[in-house]
Ligand binder design. Structure first.
Ligand SMILES: Cc1cc2nc3c(=O)[nH]c(=O)nc-3n(C[C@H](O)[C@H](O)[C@H](O)COP(=O)(O)O)c2cc1C
Length: 207
């Protein structure tokens, strides 16, 4: 398969056939993805592969409960986060859920900024979280590798609204932290048409 075919053909899939994905294929896809670029070549990612239905259901329930709590805390009506909850929990019907976690990337510049009195929040704001950017690179590579094998995927950060609870359930402890989910399985839907911004809207040359 040509790279452009995979890039143009990959779409977010949110409905999957009830058909298991061979573990060998999952490992092959993750092995391919692990060649993605990462800040300082730290490869600071970890993949927790969840195929058990019960665990997926518990994770989805935890998100559901957390979103209800958030709405209640905000004094909003109970169904305020119904849509976001749906897009954060559809993974419960995916044969495979991959939790992608990361560890912080700290350079001498970061350490010096902290010694100079900047808070971690200020350093993160300035330095643009290279660890999370590395997760973006590895996840996109994973999505393309899955597409090549006829699998559908969806990159998901919606569930991170319940991140602390999910980390506890998945035993992800500091210095690691959960960054994203990827739902995966054989597609059972045709994605609708997608509009891509015109090149003139997204490119500036400085000559
Ligand atoms: C960082 C990131 C987070 C996303 N989180 C979610 C999510 O939580 N739930 C969801 O249904 N889709 C999620 N998506 C999928 C986007 O909605 C989707 O990529 C976008 O609409 C473009 O469609 P396409 O993937 O089919 O090209 C996410 C995508 C990215 C890149």
């Amino acid at each position: 398969m040509q790279l452009s075919e995979a890039v143009l053909g990959r779409r977010s899939i949110r409905k999957f056939k009830n058909k298991p994905v061979p573990e060998g294929d999952i490992l092959e896809i993750i092995r391919l993805a692990s060649h993605a670029p990462s800040a300082g070549n730290q490869q600071m990612w970890h993949f927790t592969v969840i195929t058990g239905g019960e665990v997926k259901t518990s994770l989805a329930s935890a998100i559901n409960e957390t979103f209800k709590e958030i709405a209640a805390e905000a004094g909003a009506e109970e169904n305020r986060l119904e849509g976001p909850t749906r897009s954060a929990t559809f993974f419960r019907n995916a044969p495979v859920l991959i939790a992608v976690s990361t560890s912080r990337y700290s350079t001498r510049v970061d350490e010096t900024l902290l010694v100079a009195g900047r808070s971690q929040l200020e350093v993160d704001h300035l330095r643009c979280r290279p660890d999370l950017q590395s997760i973006g690179a590895v996840v996109q590579t994973l999505l393309l590798g899955a597409f090549e094998k006829g699998l559908g995927t969806c990159y998901m950060t919606g569930p991170m609204g319940a991140r602390f609870r999910l980390e506890e359930m998945l035993d992800i402890k500091p210095p690691a932290s959960l960054a994203a989910f990827v739902a995966m399985g054989y597609p059972d839907m045709e994605p609708g048409e997608k509009k891509v911004k015109d090149i003139s809207q997204i490119v500036t040359f400085i000559r």
